[in-house]
Design a protein around this ligand. Structure first.
Ligand SMILES: NC(=O)c1ccc[n+]([C@@H]2O[C@H](COP(=O)([O-])OP(=O)(O)OC[C@H]3O[C@@H](n4cnc5c(N)ncnc54)[C@H](OP(=O)(O)O)[C@@H]3O)[C@@H](O)[C@H]2O)c1
Length: 234
């Protein structure tokens, strides 16, 4: 099983890469920072030196970068079995106050990237009539927050994308799962004045996604909603 994860040098994406490599699956990952990718490469090799890994710098908000990443993957692998559209950016702010460019920037990173990467890699899945696409949505995909601004708009869009894709791909035996975590303790939260144990541990999100890949061909987990036990952190 070949796995592609966008935005995987930190946070949920990195934890997913570590998990899949530990389980013996080849992974292809991207992020913008080469140094962080080098560190990840070292960690992946320590966990399982036999597993093939592809690491490439790419800014998912840039069409050319994404295309190059997809081309690299397809030059190494005939098929992609699992695509996890994970890369995302969160710029806090209210619609009425935020810089008007925030929406475009956020949608390019959080929504167009998933749309494009899916279009680039889907043909291999269609050809072999199997595959699984995960879209990293959020509780903010269905619940608005006062400080959600462009982020929530992009994540509502990503959930819409996921639902459309699910309907399209049903007859092609390709699964689509929308992952909607609440506040999960990753780098994006570091420095905030909230106790770590108030957050979802990143491993819980990883385990839900990994488990969803283990089901038979006859079923699909369409939505994963996971929240801190004490409720949302707004
Ligand atoms: N943590 C949460 O509470 C939470 C809750 C719900 C949903 N989510 C979603 O889960 C996903 C991962 O979040 P996270 O908390 O794990 O984030 P994170 O810790 O900030 O890590 C984000 C990762 O994505 C990469 N990335 C960011 N922008 C990118 C770009 N334009 N192109 C390529 N790579 C990019 C980063 O590397 P570089 O900076 O080097 O590019 C990094 O590896 C996001 O889509 C986020 O919206 C997170």
């Amino acid at each position: 099983m070949n796995i592609v994860i966008t935005g995987a040098s930190k946070g949920i994406g990195k934890a997913l890469a570590l998990k899949f490599v530990k389980e013996g699956y080849p992974v292809a990952v991207c992020s913008r920072n080469q140094e962080h990718l080098n560190e990840l490469d070292k960690e992946l090799k320590e966990i399982n030196p036999k597993v093939e890994t592809i690491l490439q710098t790419a800014d998912v908000s840039k069409k050319e970068d994404l295309k190059n990443f997809a081309e690299t993957i397809l030059s190494h692998w005939k098929t992609v079995d699992i695509l996890i559209n994970n890369a995302g950016v969160f710029i806090p702010g209210a619609i009425m106050d935020e810089d008007e460019d925030n929406l475009q920037r956020t949608i390019e990173t959080n929504l167009y990237s998933a749309y494009r990467m899916t279009k680039y890699l889907l043909p291999t899945m269609l050809k072999k009539k199997s595959g699984h696409i995960f879209n990293m949505c959020s509780i903010a995909s269905f619940q608005a927050y006062p400080n959600g601004g462009s982020y929530a708009i992009s994540k509502f869009g990503l959930l819409g994308f996921s639902k459309c894709l699910r309907e399209e791909l049903k007859p092609h035996n390709i699964k689509v799962t929308a992952v909607m975590p609440g506040a999960t303790y990753t780098d994006s939260w570091k420095g905030v004045d909230i106790r770590e144990d108030r957050f979802i541990p990143v491993e819980d999100v990883v385990n839900m996604i990994y488990t969803a890949t283990l089901l038979s061909d006859r079923s699909v987990v369409e939505d994963i909603i996971i929240r801190p036990q004490l409720g949302d952190i707004a």
